[in-house]
Design a protein around this ligand. Structure first.
Ligand code: NAP
Length: 286
């Protein structure tokens, strides 16, 4: 093994400490911080994530407010809930859990989330602001990858970054964040003909495909930094990433573990965003 482990637990602890400090200020100002989570799926992995986000929020002192809709909810049903939460002055942040019922596009529905409460950067307005380099909430997972790289002092300026995956929650916004940090960015997807040909050019390789074992040693340039965003259920029920950790750790310079890498940073970032959003609630635009 040559790769150093790019763990996320300390990064997450730092974000939680910042959230906790901001939360005390909210409390002193009489603001109760509430995070609304909207769910319209019975998928077990989503349910697990919602429970763990709710528990992490509660540990910090943020009230979780889960709105459960049936898996056959319509776009109008979900939009009505998001509209109500957006208008509710007692709610600081809103997370729309995926997957959504079949045929409903997340970006379209997320337009109903007030951008000031869009703590997971799902509203196309938030994504547009990210692309334009304007302030706003970026998708928490994409931001978490940057926070992990920064914590471990991984240089991005002028480096070649390859992102595997082009979803709106991870791949695309992450490409924008890396570009803003002066990396030269390439985005791969399921139609990329020779994945290894591209990924092996990366100084920094970030994988968010949802395909266990997709990235093996032959995909990685010796010494490259590899961030594994994937969270998949392995054959034995354990949580595994998209990177074949054993073979990649033998060639990479750094590798983020699954679990214990991007995951905890994402949760902590979401909570910090929620407290940030709460701070803005009640502040009238000038
Ligand atoms: P997604 O919406 O399913 O997108 C997956 C992307 O990977 C797509 O762009 C797809 O290409 C691409 N892809 C699939 N198979 C590929 C292949 N064989 N070669 C190259 N590209 C391939 O998934 P997502 O929501 O972005 O999530 C990705 C992974 O990250 C999942 O495992 C998810 O559970 C995990 N995740 C983790 C966190 C965290 O906090 N750790 C947060 C969010 C997501 P096409 O566009 O061509 O289909």
């Amino acid at each position: 093994v040559t790769a150093r482990s790019l763990g996320g637990k300390e990064v997450a602890a730092g974000l939680r400490a910042a959230a906790s400090e901001a939360l005390s200020k909210c409390r002193a100002a009489g603001i109760t911080v509430r995070l609304a989570i909207v769910v319209a799926t019975r998928e077990e992995s989503a349910a697990w994530y919602v429970r763990s986000l709710g528990a992490a929020a509660a540990r910090l002192g943020i009230e979780g407010d889960v709105s459960e809709l049936p898996p056959d909810a319509t776009a109008a049903d979900i939009t009505a809930v998001l509209d109500a939460l957006s208008a509710d002055a007692g709610i600081a942040g809103i997370v729309l859990q995926t997957p959504l019922p079949a045929g409903i596009g997340a970006a379209e529905i997320a337009s109903a989330i007030d951008p000031a409460k869009d703590v997971d950067g799902a509203n196309p307005v938030s994504l547009g602001r990210l692309m334009a380099g304007l302030p706003g909430f970026a998708p928490a997972t994409a931001r978490a990858v940057l926070e992990l790289l920064d914590y471990h002092s991984v240089e991005l300026d002028g480096r070649r970054a390859v992102v595997v995956g082009r979803s709106l929650v991870v791949g695309k916004p992450l490409a924008m964040l890396l570009l803003a940090r002066n990396a030269t960015v390439t985005v791969c997807h399921s139609r990329t003909p020779d994945l290894a040909d591209v990924t092996s050019t990366a100084d920094v390789l970030v994988v968010a495909a949802g395909r266990p074992g997709l990235i093996t040693a032959r995909h990685v340039r010796p010494g490259a930094v590899v961030v594994d965003v994937g969270t998949n259920t392995g054959a034995d029920g354990s949580l595994v990433g998209d990177v074949e950790a054993a073979s990649v750790a033998a060639v990479a310079g750094g590798l983020s573990p699954v679990p214990g890498g991007v995951g905890p940073v994402t949760t902590a970032r979401l909570l910090l965003n929620t407290v940030t959003a709460a701070g803005a609630v009640g502040v009238e635009p000038g």
